[in-house]
Structures are given as structure tokens and as C-alpha cells.
Design a protein around this ligand. Structure first.
Ligand SMILES: [Zn+2]
Length: 250
């Protein structure tokens, strides 16, 4: 295909095909991977229960639209219990983050240089080292992909409805765009076996109302020092932290 899709084509079912920018014509709107299918939202009556469809049609702020996507994102998107396409995207990102947590952990635990060093040659990890960085970059790209503004019937759809509903905004850390700060905490908690509640509490203290990449990095560094600590030891460490100036030196 060498041209863009015809703009705002209205199908017989009342589904509006959104416009796809020329350079994105083979991309999944959710993750940027090659697109093979479409995702329709709100869903067509035949695909979900009548009652749910009615609710979605009434509460959804936009037309019934179709966006191009890959097979995996289509399946994930179908499970979202939300009422607009941008909230569906957030849901898909959170699922991708969970599914590819191990792939994303590669970039946290190794650098590209370390993986390409001769250390791995000939050993059991040689094939892992060869593909690891690529696998990490694909996962990072998919989770961080921002898509493009949706245009239906020649009009850009207003995504502010989603921003208003979201209590948390996208959080960027170490080159990955997490749908929320909580998703980032969850991800790092899983990689380093950290207690999420504890990470969250330390982050609140470190950030002092303004969560940044720096305060998040300080939090993870602090929590990793306590990986094998007992709950009591963690509590003591937290008390020591808030009674000292360690925050500025971590
Ligand atoms: Zn996708």
C-alpha cells in the first residue's frame, strides 16, 4: 500500500476508520509494531454483552472508531473495562509492561556494552547476550510508543477527556514511558524484588510532592540497599532516612 487510507470512511456499521499518517501506515496505534488488524471502540454489539455495549455507547465521548493495531494489542485492548480509546491505550501499555517485564529488566541490569563484551562468549549466555539488547529495545519501544492524534471525519478527536480522568500522568524513567508512576513502581518492584508499598513510601518522602526521574532513581537506589532486610530493618532504615540528610547524597 502506498497511499494513506481514505479519510474518515464510514462503514455500514457506523464505524469510522481513523486516518493514519503516511509514515505510520503499517504501525500499530498502541505499540508501533507492524499492524495487521484493527481495533474498534466502543465494541460492536455482537462482540460484548448488550448491556455493556449500551453503557459504553452512552458514556464514550467519541464516535465508534477503528484504529490499526497488531494482533497482540488487539487482544489486550479487548479486555479493557474503560470508556474511551485513550484509556484503552493506557490499559494496553500496562499489560505490555507486565508481559515484557523480564525483557525490560535487561536494560536495567545490563548496558549494551556489557552485553556485547567478550565475557559471554562461548558460555551458556552467549545466545542470550546476542539477542538481549534487541529484545530489550523492542519492549522499551512498544511500551513507550505514543501513537498519533486520532482524526475521524476530518476532525482531531479530543483526548483531554482522558487526561482529566487520569489522576496520574505518563512517567518517564530511564528512557521508558510508564503509563503511571504506580506502573513504574510495580515494574521496579518486580525486577528487584522490592516491596511496592515501601518503594511508594520512600518515593513520597524523596519526591516531596514532585516526583522526578532523580527522586525515583534515589528511591530505587535506597530500596535496593534493603533487598534482604526484614520489615523491621526496613522500617528502621526509613526512620533513619527521614531523620538524616541522606536524601541529598543518594
Ligand atoms: Zn501493538
Amino acid at each position: 500500500m502506498t497511499t494513506t487510507k481514505p479519510s474518515a470512511k464510514l462503514t455500514t456499521q457506523g464505524v469510522v476508520n481513523t486516518e493514519t499518517p503516511f509514515d505510520k501506515r503499517h504501525c500499530c496505534w498502541f505499540c508501533g509494531e507492524p499492524s495487521h488488524v484493527n481495533f474498534i471502540f466502543p465494541p460492536q454489539p455482537a462482540t460484548v454483552s448488550e448491556q455493556k455495549t449500551k453503557y459504553l455507547l452512552l458514556s464514550c465521548s467519541h464516535l465508534t472508531i477503528s484504529v490499526p493495531c497488531c494482533g497482540e494489542c488487539q487482544k489486550l485492548a479487548a479486555k479493557a473495562q474503560v470508556n474511551n480509546i485513550w484509556a484503552v491505550k493506557d490499559f494496553v501499555k500496562k499489560q505490555l509492561l507486565k508481559i515484557y517485564a523480564k525483557h525490560l529488566a535487561i536494560g536495567v541490569n545490563w548496558s549494551k556494552e556489557e552485553l556485547s563484551s567478550s565475557e559471554f562468549e562461548g558460555g551458556n549466555f552467549e545466545s542470550f547476550a546476542k539477542s538481549a539488547w534487541f529484545v530489550y529495545e523492542v519492549a522499551k519501544g512498544r511500551v513507550s510508543y505514543t501513537g498519533w492524534p486520532l482524526v475521524a471525519n476530518g476532525v482531531v478527536l479530543d483526548d483531554s477527556v482522558c487526561e482529566e480522568e487520569q489522576s496520574e500522568a505518563i512517567f518517564h524513567f530511564d528512557g521508558v514511558a510508564y503509563p503511571t508512576v504506580s506502573a513504574a513502581i510495580e515494574h521496579y518492584g518486580d525486577i528487584f524484588l522490592l516491596d511496592r508499598g515501601y518503594v511508594s513510601a520512600v518515593l513520597q518522602y524523596m519526591a516531596n510532592g514532585n516526583i522526578t526521574e532523580k527522586s525515583f532513581a534515589q528511591t530505587i537506589r535506597f530500596c535496593r540497599l534493603l533487598v534482604n532486610a526484614t520489615p523491621k530493618e526496613r522500617k528502621m532504615a526509613f526512620l533513619t532516612l527521614i531523620n538524616s540528610d541522606d536524601k541529598h547524597t543518594l
